[in-house]
Each structure stands twice: as structure tokens, then as C-alpha cells.
Design a protein around this ligand. Structure first.
Ligand code: BES
Ligand code: MN
Length: 460
């Protein structure tokens, strides 16, 4: 084992240079003009995995390709684990808020600044480097590994579930490992045992057949933008508690143990508020900010459009208004049911002076697994050894919908072992990835595989 860890340390400089090469690809899945960059990025990753000693395949899908990389299979039966990650990144806009261009990696303060550095290229590259260390030092990896790195995570994993179904036999595995979540600090390595789910809904309010003069018609014709605002305002109360009838019926209560664990996490209100840049925090009564942002449902307006947005003023009643909403869901809420309740509520509230159009979007179930399983305990041992600190158990507010498909299609639970710090700015300008987290993540990954294998042989 020591030779594996020594190898990682000796190669750290090259690993950082390679991560720089990786983040240079503007692999923005949401923007069609970047399609060739997606393919080039996938090819780079496959070549990198081949150089690490893995057998690779760049599998075509109707969208960007999926990169598969397998450790060379040896005769005999070994546990099989899947490492999932995504090589696509969020759009970098607004560009003017970046200190340096998003696809020109910059090393500063022990971190690498670039779009995709933390979310998710650096995190899955850490696993790939760890496996390279096992293979190149002639150490015998006690399991079979398959990397599945896709290019559509940031747009909802459109083609992944059918791919999993088509390849279920070869992808069946004992557990899935994903590093695409966060840790509270380097002193608090974490196993994330719950994620929020998501349900998207676009709300459109149609009024007059064209924009109207607000002086000539205003007063006799309803204003779709105003109606939309009134509808949206009735989705939650002044502290963010959702006011849709039946919404909380399926919401699981936090246990006393969970609340105690959350209270142990490092959190300073003033620093949190300053980092976010708001005059005051907000949130549902009776819950701490940590609880509010991970274990409670929310509704957010992600985009709001209507009327005249240009310079100066234009006195109109706009013909339509639209809002893009997402709800974050917690166990045991279900996206389809949540959307039904929301739509029923909006239809009931909408006045007859306008026409309401509701367009349900993507959804993902919330996720929760027991942190007591043998696999989870094995992961905690690897985290403890790699970071030199006692790991914490986290519930996180973000969503990784595919983990439920992994369970349903491949029959395996997912271990969420994130490496991203709270100030890494994923989806924001100036995204970064801490190089110490990168190094510790590689050590964690190297140590994880024998721990997972040992945990299974005890169980059997
Ligand atoms: N890695 C994140 C999700 C995440 C981050 C979970 C931190 C927990 C902690 C992922 O890349 C992401 O952003 N997912 C989207 C999913 C959506 C597009 C369906 C999200 O949560 O908004
Ligand atoms: Mn993301």
C-alpha cells in the first residue's frame, strides 16, 4: 500500500498539469456550439485512462459520448465497483465576473481556478490517478473497477439511464462511488448519505394576444406579469415554507441523531452570510441553516421573464410572462407527485383573466442510504486515513438524480465521497478546486478499494 501512496505523492506535479489540460476543454453540455469540444474532451479522458493502464471505450450516445474505462480483468471473481463522474461543465457566463478566463487554468493559493475544476473533472481524475498508482506500481488491486464518465450530468443525464439498461450486464456492480459532492472543510472529510431530489416546472401566463399600450388598456385588461408574480408569491410563506396543500405529507422528519450530527458541523453565521453576500439569512422557522439547505424542501425561481427588458421604459401590458421553477425535494417526496400538487395549486389560484400554461420538466428522486452499512463504514475508514481527521456524515442539498437509476438498474447503492470545499464556487464565476483536496482525494481513493473489499468478505 505504501508504494501506491508514494507513487501518488511523487506524481502530484504531473497530475496537476494533466488536470490543467483537462479543464482547458470548454465541455459545456448546455451549449450546442460546444459539441465538438465535448467529443474532444471525452477523447482526451479516454487517452488519459489508457495511459493509466485501463481499457477504454468512448461509447456513442445520441448526445455526447460516455467514456468507459476498465481495469484489466484478471481470471477469478472479484468485487466490481463503478466510479461515476461527469466531464461536462456548467456554462461559464457571466464571463466578466471571472478573475481569469474560465478555460485557462490558473494556479493560485494552492488551488486550480477553472470552470469544471471541482465540478467535476478534478474529483473523478483523483480516482483515476489512484487507480493508475495501483496499476503502475504492480500492486494487486483487490477488485475490478469500471469508470463511467458521462457528458450530460449538468443537463439532466438525458441518455444515461437507457445506456445503463443496455449495458446492465457488464455494469452490474457491488457499489458505485461518486465524488461530486462537498466537504465542510479539510478537517471534516465527509460521507454524504442523503441528497435532495428535484422537480422542474415552467409556469407561463398568457394575457392579451400582443403587447398592449398600458395607458389605453390598463385597468380593463389583466397583466400577465402581475398575475405570475401573484401566483409565485403564493407558493411559499414569508420564511420559505411551501404553501402548496399536501406538500409536507411525505416529508420525513429529521431524527434527533441527524440534528445532533448537523449541529456538530463547522458553521459561522456571519462568515456564511458574508460569503453569500446577503444582508440577512432567510429560512424556514424551526430549522438551522444547515438543516434548511439539506433536509427541507424548497421552491426556487431560477428564471423570470416578461415584458420590456431593454434600456429606458416602454409602457406596455406584456402579452405573456414566464417563470422557470425548481423544487428541491427530500425523502420521501416523489417528483411526479410533487409536480401534480404544485400544478393543482397553481390552477386553482389562477384567475380567469389569463391562460395558464404549465410545462413540467425534469425530475429526480431524493436519495438516502444508511450510513451504518459495511460499505459506508469502509468508506469512513478510507476518509479518516487519507484526511487525518474524523469524517462527518452529511446530508446535502444538491441533486444527483442518476443515483436512483443506479440503484434501480444496476442494483447497487452509491457512496458519495465528495472532495469539494464550500467556497469552490461550482456553477458560479471563479470555480476552483483545492490541490490539497485533490491529493487527499487520491489517497482516499487508493485506500478505499481494499477497505471495501475487506468489508465485503467480513459480511459474507
Ligand atoms: N455535483 C452537483 C450536485 C451536488 C453538489 C450535490 C454538491 C451535493 C452537493 C451536480 O453536478 C449538480 O449540480 N446537479 C444538479 C442537478 C440538476 C441539474 C438535475 C443540481 O443539483 O442542480
Ligand atoms: Mn454541477
Amino acid at each position: 500500500m505504501q508504494t501506491v501512496l508514494d507513487y501518488l505523492q511523487a506524481q502530484q506535479g504531473r497530475f496537476v498539469r494533466e488536470l490543467c489540460d483537462y479543464v482547458r476543454f470548454p465541455s459545456v453540455s448546455a451549449q450546442p456550439q460546444h459539441q465538438p469540444d465535448m467529443v474532444a474532451c471525452a477523447e482526451w479522458l479516454a487517452a488519459r485512462a489508457r495511459a493509466a493502464g485501463l481499457e477504454t471505450e468512448v461509447a456513442a450516445t445520441p448526445g455526447p459520448p460516455i467514456v468507459l474505462a476498465r481495469t484489466p480483468r484478471r481470471p477469478g471473481k472479484r468485487p466490481h465497483f463503478l466510479v461515476y463522474g461527469h466531464y461536462d461543465v456548467q456554462p461559464p457566463e457571466p464571463l466578466e465576473l471571472w478573475t481569469s478566463p474560465p478555460f485557462e487554468p490558473r494556479l493560485a493559493d494552492g488551488a486550480l481556478y477553472a470552470r469544471g475544476s471541482a465540478d467535476n473533472k478534478g474529483q473523478h481524475l483523483a480516482h483515476l490517478n489512484a487507480v493508475e498508482a495501483w496499476l503502475k506500481t504492480g500492486s494487486e488491486l483487490p477488485c475490478d473497477l469500471t469508470f463511467l464518465i458521462e457528458g450530460e450530468e449538468e443537463v439532466g443525464c438525458v441518455h444515461l439511464a437507457p445506456f445503463l439498461r443496455a449495458r446492465a450486464k457488464e455494469l452490474r456492480c457491488d457499489a458505485i462511488v461518486i465524488s461530486d459532492t462537498g466537504i465542510p472543510s479539510k478537517k471534516h472529510p465527509a460521507l454524504t448519505y442523503a441528497l435532495r431530489g428535484i422537480a422542474a416546472l415552467e409556469v407561463k401566463v398568457h394575457g392579451p394576444s400582443r403587447d398592449l399600450h398600458s395607458g389605453l388598456f390598463g385597468g380593463s385588461v389583466d397583466n400577465p406579469a402581475m398575475v405570475l408574480c401573484q401566483l409565485l408569491a403564493r407558493l411559499r410563506d414569508a420564511r420559505g415554507r411551501i404553501t402548496i396543500p399536501g406538500w409536507y405529507d411525505k416529508v420525513r422528519k429529521l431524527t434527533a441523531y441527524e440534528r445532533k450530527e448537523m449541529a456538530r458541523l463547522p458553521y459561522k453565521e456571519a462568515a456564511y452570510r458574508k460569503f453569500i453576500g446577503v444582508p440577512q439569512l432567510f429560512g424556514e422557522k424551526g430549522f438551522t441553516p444547515m438543516e434548511q439547505r439539506s433536509a427541507r424542501p424548497t421552491v426556487e425561481i431560477n428564471g423570470l421573464t416578461s415584458g420590456y427588458q431593454g434600456e429606458g421604459s416602454k409602457t406596455i401590458i406584456p402579452a405573456w410572462a414566464s417563470a422557470k421553477l425548481t423544487f428541491r425535494l427530500v425523502p420521501d417526496q416523489n417528483p411526479a407527485l410533487a409536480l401534480r400538487l404544485a400544478q393543482k395549486h397553481l390552477r386553482k389560484l389562477c384567475p380567469p383573466t389569463v391562460r395558464l400554461e404549465l410545462i413540467p420538466g425534469h425530475g429526480g428522486e431524493p436519495y438516502l442510504v444508511s450510513p451504518d452499512s459495511a460499505d459506508a463504514q469502509a468508506a469512513l475508514r478510507a476518509l479518516r486515513a487519507a484526511f487525518g481527521h474524523e469524517p462527518v456524515l452529511l446530508r446535502e442539498g444538491g441533486s444527483i438524480p442518476i443515483v436512483n437509476d443506479f440503484k434501480a438498474i444496476l442494483g447497487a447503492n452509491t457512496l458519495l465521497l465528495g472532495l469539494s470545499l464550500p467556497d469552490d464556487n461550482p456553477h458560479s464565476p471563479n470555480e476552483k478546486f483545492d490541490l490539497d483536496c485533490f491529493a487527499k482525494g487520491m489517497r482516499m481513493s487508493a485506500l478505499l478499494w481494499p477497505e471495501l473489499v475487506a468489508a465485503r468478505s467480513i459480511k459474507e
